[in-house]
Design a protein. Structure first.
Length: 189
């Protein structure tokens, strides 16, 4: 099993890729044009990495050790203009039926883990075309009551409130802790 300290190194390996490709793979992805009027739909989007509104969100690394789970979430600017961002990803954990689970999403990872590189305050970042920022999603797999176990199979992630939402397949075994935690978006150099 990999150790939690390996995750920042994994995130560093996700190099900037040209617009229209998945970072670190060179694979092409469909690029959707940016609408002239911003409309946020309540419908669940299609799954998988797609460039929507100039942004691509993907899972960039997974790590599990002693009940602590850590997953990198990467925001890639696949558009043609710089993107300003500050704060935390908007995130919801969904069950197999793609309905939201009753899990709190904490801003800041300190209540779940003490990973020093991720104990940071949000700051404004400019993500240039081809550039990316990352966030860390963490939770603990603790179960004391088998009747109330929460298991997610998907996450719905937006760069910020009102931004296009991305649906990603991700197994989250939060047991019955009732929470997951997300770091703010940060640039890893």
């Amino acid at each position: 099993m990999r150790r939690a300290s390996a995750l920042p190194a994994l995130l560093l390996l996700t190099a900037c890729a040209p617009p229209g490709t998945v970072p670190g793979t060179g694979r092409s992805v469909p690029v959707e044009p940016v609408p002239s009027v911003s409309v946020v739909s309540s419908a669940v989007p299609d799954m998988g990495p797609r460039c929507v509104g100039g942004l691509l969100v993907r899972v960039s690394g997974e790590d599990a050790a002693s009940g602590l789970r850590a997953v990198g979430i990467e925001l890639h600017n696949c558009g043609t203009k710089p993107y300003q961002i500050k704060g935390y990803p908007e995130l919801a954990v969904l069950g197999e039926d793609r309905e939201p689970l009753d899990l709190r999403v904490l801003h800041g990872v300190g209540e779940v883990t003490a990973l020093p590189p991720w104990q940071v305050e949000p700051k404004e970042e400019t993500v240039e075309p081809g550039g990316s920022v990352s966030a860390l999603l963490v939770w603990r797999n603790l179960t004391t009551d088998a009747e109330t176990v929460a298991v997610g199979e998907f996450v719905r992630v937006a760069a910020a409130p009102g931004a296009p939402r991305h649906l990603l397949e991700l197994h989250i075994d939060a047991g019955n802790t009732g929470k997951v935690a997300i770091s703010p978006w940060v640039r890893r150099s």
